[in-house]
Design a protein around this ligand. Structure first.
Ligand code: 6GU
Length: 225
């Protein structure tokens, strides 16, 4: 999978992309991530990328030309499956969206700042808009890192134990059951005995029951779909 990210603040993406599993996914050739600094497409001597909005109002809006020039260049080079805009005024990311994006070949992720981007970019180029939750961030970069992490870990081979992505919370609309590791007795706090029993069908049953209990208590909305 190739992911092109267009951003005015490339530094914000450096740490999340260059450590741990996302780093390994790049080193091992599962994904290629290319970051495009919007500033390089800015207009004039000052490399301007934003301007005040028509009609008045506070906040700067990312201009159409720098983004369009960057997108036109990319689109002329290869076919993209989705051109995604990260914005709080969109549908919220969920596991089902992550699953379907993990099957794609080429993605562009555009991150906004300030008051947002000129609506004409959204009308002409954007095929999918994604928010990561009902709160406002200063920019789309951290949201893009969240999206990329959620998607890339689903690509077969990216996380060692493939079973582990399939049994995640949300993969079947259930939260995860509680998990424990050694010691079995920590200052009198005991691990549930069933987990020490070696009876794997019973353990599976217990885990499913706990997953339902937890989901019903914390996220009953998930059981309604
Ligand atoms: Cl994608 N961007 C910004 N700026 N804020 C957000 C968001 C995205 N998702 C939730 N809040």
């Amino acid at each position: 999978m190739r992911i092109d990210i267009i951003t005015a603040v490339p530094n914000l993406l450096e740490s999340p992309l260059n450590h741990s599993i996302l780093k390994r996914a790049q080193d091992n050739g599962f994904i290629e991530v290319v970051i495009h600094n919007l500033r390089e497409y800015g207009l004039g001597n000052y490399k301007q990328i934003d301007d005040t909005q028509f009609g008045g109002g506070a906040g700067m809006v990312l201009m159409i030309e720098p983004i369009a020039n960057c997108l036109d260049k990319l689109i002329s080079e290869r076919k993209y499956d989705e051109i995604i805009y990260m914005t709080p005024d969109a549908k919220t990311l969920n596991q089902s969206t992550a699953n379907s994006l993990s099957l794609k070949e080429n993605l562009i992720i555009l991150t906004g700042h300030y008051k947002g981007i000129d609506q004409r970019i959204r009308d002409k180029y954007i095929t999918k808009e994604i928010s990561i939750g009902d709160y406002v961030l200063t920019g789309g970069e951290l949201a893009a890192a969240v999206l990329i992490d959620a998607v890339v870990r689903l690509i077969p081979g990216v996380i060692g134990d493939e079973q582990s992505a399939l049994t995640d919370s949300f993969q079947d609309n259930l939260l995860s059951p509680p998990v424990y590791t050694r010691p079995a007795d920590y200052k009198g706090m005991l691990v549930p005995e069933i987990l020490l029993s070696g009876n794997f069908p019973k353990i599976e049953e217990w885990r499913t029951e706990k997953a339902y209990e937890r989901t019903k208590k914390i996220r009953p909305d998930l059981l309604e779909d």
